[in-house]
Design a protein around this ligand. Structure first.
Ligand code: KIV
Length: 302
């Protein structure tokens, strides 16, 4: 009788193949009155889970700087950091539109740099689109990218790459003048060809006005219920990041404490000598073991 094979290797389960969503389909969702879901992920394992949940857009956010890389903010994140994570995500997700977040310094230095770096997101990172933070000052860059075949998601309101200048992670557009400026920026970014726009940490009524004025979808994070879609940072949703919890970040699960409980149980079993047990160990035929023992009893040939 054939010996039962015991699996000893990691074999990633192939993600269930779902139809790939496209950028035009995301834009059409607004026209059709369908709400859009967007979530961040930074590796293939979580990208598979985001995919399985049926999320529409998967953002490889530069929030990775904080939740994955341990920085206090997103400023130190590099293109190489983002490309490595994007490529991993692209291997895990088949259904959502994949958006790569252009990190600080990758597009502010000129259109050529922006084009080169955005192209890296698509060629090396497997992304479908890129996201750029900023208002009217990014309009020329957005236009250049779109004219060269790169879909762009804009991002206004709280733009975390400017955290030092803003004096912290603060709600934006709280007075009429700043709100007017933000609305004008959003319109200019749509005119430049952006296919959607993130509205981060702004009063809900301002987001409602932007959403009414634009024909492209608005994706809110701390921007109220009237946006066409909503995005959150995966680690906030799952309770995997405790260092900073914005008011708008809703925790849907507390995976962090489950991880600690599991690791404590492993730690205790190893110290007690109860792991690994027979179920988690490999065997060999008695005849092979006996032959090994006899061989070891003989002096080694020199
Ligand atoms: O980096 C990020 O995760 C983001 C989202 C919060 C929109 O920009």
């Amino acid at each position: 009788m054939a010996e039962k094979t015991e699996s000893s290797a990691y074999g990633g389960a192939a993600a269930a193949q779902q139809k790939k969503l496209t950028v035009p389909e995301i834009v059409a969702m607004k026209r059709d009155g369908k709400r859009i879901t967007m979530m961040t992920a930074y590796d293939a394992a979580f990208a598979r889970l985001v995919d399985k949940a049926g999320i529409d857009i998967l953002l490889v956010g530069d929030s990775a700087g904080m939740v994955m890389l341990g920085y206090p903010n997103t400023v130190p994140v590099t293109m190489d950091d983002m490309i490595r994570m994007s490529a991993s995500v692209a291997r895990g997700a088949t259904h959502p539109v994949l958006v790569g977040d252009m990190p600080f310094g990758s597009y502010q230095t000129g259109t050529q740099d922006a084009l080169r770096n955005a192209a890296r997101f698509m060629k090396e990172g497997g992304m479908d689109a890129v996201k750029i933070e900023g208002g009217r000052e990014t309009v020329e860059t957005v236009r250049a990218l779109v004219e060269n075949g790169i879909s762009v998601m804009a991002h206004v309101g709280l733009t975390p790459q400017r955290v030092a200048m803003l004096g912290g992670f603060k709600t934006q557009a709280r007075n009429a003048r700043a709100a007017r400026r933000l609305i004008d920026d959003a319109v200019a970014l749509e005119d430049a060809g952006a296919f959607s726009i993130v509205l981060e940490s702004i009063p809900a009524p301002v987001a409602e006005i932007v959403t009414e004025r634009l024909s492209i979808p608005t994706i809110g994070i701390g921007a109220g219920i009237s946006c066409d879609g909503q995005v959150l940072v995966l680690h906030d949703v799952l309770g995997l990041y405790g260092d900073f919890k914005p008011k708008f970040a809703k925790r849907y699960a507390d995976i962090g404490s489950q991880v600690v409980d599991a690791l404590k149980a492993f730690d205790a079993e190893v110290r007690a000598g109860t792991f690994p047990d027979a179920e988690h160990s490999f065997t060999m035929k008695d005849t092979e073991l006996e032959s090994l023992r006899q061989g070891l009893a003989r002096p080694k040939a020199v």
